[in-house]
Design a binder for this molecule. Structure first.
Ligand code: ADP
Ligand code: ZN
Length: 724
């Protein structure tokens, strides 16, 4: 017998399987998808079995040394996902496999990750009684025997030295059980009765559980989308199938997991990057061994071996977190679609503000649209006010407008709580006018220009357009052009100056780096230990605090200025979602949005809770400028240490693309990337815009191949990039 083995060598030039012979001793146990140890280049390395066959190769083969984990192998669906992943992202197949396995299963031996607990129980009655008779004065031992009776008792709950004596004398017998690090709570909540809107959405999907369709559930914040998911999942479980629920961030999963745990108890496994290696390993094994029915997790949980899938649900479908930024650069929605098709089951995408791509597909009836127009229990959407900060700065209110301060004081005095969002920029250095809010934009691409200090120039990093930076603002002629950006810490300091008695908890990268810190912040805020939750983008989504009646957005404009054609969409989502955190209980909510551009269209759509008109407005811009969803994009990153060299090479790449791609395909660049110089490596980029180009994949594959062995320059290709 022979095996085709993919060796663990994540370089693209080795992206193929090698043939090994299977020793007789393994013939009966070896399976496709198993990890094995094989000799390669005079060393032993890991590999994955892709095929087993009896075709004797013409050349001499080496034989497989060992099977690395006999109890564990990748199933057919996972192997197909890996091929698909490699195909759509142009990553080496082995990298695709590595993405799919939790870290503990990537190493050779994983026994060390298994935790066990020892239980003890009494030997046969006669033996025990005889022992008691013979040792009438061993009172402590007799007491222990009497308390154990016919139970199985956790050994650590007993006095160790006495228990050990009894074990030695064979009076107590031991039993080892696998211990799981994460424990589900006991079930406490029951199903809520769905309202009419929820019922329609639920029943539409329920009646079609046995076929593949993609649904877009568009439901305003607080409309009870999660309750719809849970009803559908109950239905799926009833027919002995399983469910996968994706959420964008860990911070979101904490509240979601609580809801799932308390509805479905032990049937739930969770899976996200903040779990320890051991926890991930445990959860993975629970899934692998069919011990659970529901997985709730972030994008990496897409690869778990849940068998007999009955539905996949993607919450907050529009979120960037579903796009992986490192190799393999995949989009979770693609992989979910693949799995849903494979299993012939529904994929439910949900959001209060769907991505334009998803909404456009729903418009074209590619996705089936389900809508929840109202919040549950007739709770009103919050009242939103835009505050003109150009007026406030004259009053020296740089961070907090008078109205926001006033509302905060009132809110706290009523015992209600506040969420404050600091809209943070990314890495790019863009410049805005502190006086009038002016920002430099590219006349061709409608994105903000990025400042390059050495040349004192502002550049468009899509098309290369540039101008010199002025000293005075081109719009109001004040000397007020500044780099944007204050940190949460600074805001907290200022906040305490304005509201000295307020209790403020910060949620940002610094305060959430420790394990379980999210959970603690959320619990403490839920338990009203703080008046104000101050945070960055991570507080915008999914959180459900009934006592929050005021949301303040400190600087609405920052995300409008990110140099990205999705800046409007990102801003709308961010503000709309964050606003949705207000007034979710029985008290009506309010939102204060501070801006230097109170007439901005996007902000006014947010103010009016008007997704539909935002959608039409933005689609019109995308159409005019040929951006997605009217086109598809590919981003090619070219990096290297020698700027002159990569500039030269980038132009060669551009010529190559121009020569071979369809003439309707647009090629922009090369231009400096968003992050132009990182650790002495220069980054240039080329953007391809296309609507239909059947040669594209092959040409990019070829391009990728051409640079495999170039050690001065490397290129990365990203399909449908979200950040660039
Ligand atoms: P969304 O995910 O759409 O923002 P949630 O699912 O978080 O909304 O629901 C908002 C709140 O309404 C939650 O506290 C939830 O328990 C409650 N809720 C949802 N559906 C119902 C219902 N049918 N009856 C009563 N309360 C509900
Ligand atoms: Zn431009």
């Amino acid at each position: 017998m022979y095996a085709e083995v993919l060796v663990e060598y994540p370089v693209k030039s080795l992206n193929k399987a090698f043939t090994y012979s299977v020793p007789d001793s393994f013939k009966d146990i070896i399976k496709i998808g198993m990890k094995v140890l094989v000799p390669f280049n005079k060393r032993n390395i890991n590999g994955i079995i892709l095929k087993l066959h009896h075709n004797k190769p013409v050349y001499k083969t080496l034989s497989i040394k060992d099977i690395l984990n006999k109890d564990f192998y990748l199933n057919d669906e996972q192997i197909k996902i890996a091929y698909y992943l490699s195909e759509i992202t142009l990553c080496p197949l082995i990298s695709a496999f590595q993405t799919m396995l939790p870290p503990a299963l990537k190493v050779n031996k994983n026994e060390k990750y298994d935790l066990y607990e020892t239980y003890v129980y009494l030997n046969d009655k006669d033996i025990v009684n005889k022992y008691i008779k013979e040792h009438p004065r061993a009172l402590k031992q007799i007491m222990m025997i009497n308390t154990i009776k016919d139970k199985k008792v956790l050994k650590t709950s007993l006095n160790a030295s006495i228990a050990n004596i009894l074990i030695k004398k064979n009076i107590l017998l031991t039993l080892k059980k696998k211990k799981y690090r994460l424990k589900a709570k006991d079930i406490t909540t029951s199903k809520l009765k769905l309202n009419d809107e929820q019922k329609i959405a639920y029943e539409t999907v329920k009646e079609n559980l046995n076929k593949h369709d993609i649904y877009l559930l568009k439901g305003v914040t607080g409309s009870g989308k999660t309750e719809v998911y849970m009803h559908l999942i109950s239905e799926v479980i009833k027919s002995n199938k399983t469910a996968l629920v994706l959420v964008p961030e860990i911070c979101l999963t904490t509240q979601m997991i609580d809801r799932f745990y308390s509805r479905f108890g032990k049937d739930v496994a969770i899976f996200h990057s903040a779990l320890s290696i051991g926890e991930k390993y445990d959860e993975y094994l629970k899934i692998y061994n069919d011990k659970i029915k529901i997985v709730v997790g972030t994008r990496s949980s897409l690869f778990v071996p849940l068998k007999n899938l009955g539905i996949i649900i993607i919450d907050e479908e529009h979120s960037d977190n579903y796009k992986q930024e490192n190799t393999p650069r995949y989009d979770a929605i693609n992989i979910a679609t693949f799995r849903a098709k494979y299993n012939n089951i529904p994929l439910l995408l949900a959001s209060a503000s769907p991505s334009l791509e998803a909404m456009a597909r729903a418009d074209k009836k590619v996705y089936k649209l389900l809508t929840l127009e109202n919040r549950v229990n007739n709770i009103k959407l919050p009242k939103i006010t835009l505050v003109d900060m150009t007026k406030e700065i004259r009053l020296k209110n740089y961070l907090f407008s008078s109205i926001l301060k006033e509302k905060m004081i009132k809110c706290i005095s009523k015992g209600e709580q506040i969420i404050l969002l600091l809209n943070r920029r990314g890495f790019a250095t863009f410049i805005s006018c502190k006086n009038c809010g002016y920002t430099y934009k590219c006349p061709y691409c409608d994105i903000s220009l990025t400042y390059h200090k050495p040349e004192n120039q502002l550049k468009c990093h899509y098309c290369g357009y540039f101008i010199k930076k002025n000293d005075l603002c081109p719009s109001c002629h004040e000397k007020a052009l500044v780099f944007d950006g204050v940190g949460t810490q600074k805001v907290e300091e200022e906040l305490l100056k304005v509201l000295p008695s307020a209790k403020v908890i910060r949620m940002d990268q610094d305060t959430t780096s420790k394990k379980n810190s999210y959970q603690k912040i959320i619990d403490d805020f839920e338990n009203k230990k703080y008046n104000i939750l101050l945070g960055t983008q991570m507080i915008s989504k999914g959180l459900d605090f009934k006592n929050v009646t005021l949301v303040g957005i400190i600087n609405a404009d920052t995300s409008l200025n990110i140099p990205d054609f999705r800046a409007n969409e990102k801003t709308f989502n961010l503000l709309y979602q964050t606003s949705g955190r207000s007034g979710r209980g029985d008290k009506e909510g309010e939102v204060i949005i501070q801006t230097y551009n109170p007439d901005n269209k996007i902000l006014n759509y947010v103010k009016n809770n008007d997704y539909n008109n935002f959608y039409l407005y933005e689609m019109n811009i995308r159409h005019k400028l040929k951006y997605p969803p009217y086109t598809y994009l590919v981003l090619i990153n070219i990096k290297g240490k020698d700027l002159e060299n990569i500039e030269k090479e980038s132009n060669i790449i551009k010529k190559y693309l121009q020569r071979y791609l369809d003439e309707k395909t647009i090629i922009l660049g090369p231009t400096p990337s968003y992050m132009f110089k990182v650790k002495n490596i220069y980054n240039l980029q080329i953007i391809i815009k296309y609507t239909y180009d059947d040669k594209l994949i092959d040409i990019l594959k070829q391009l990728d191949q051409n640079y495999l062995i170039n050690n001065k320059i490397s290129i990365d290709i990203t399909f449908n990039p979200v950040k660039f």
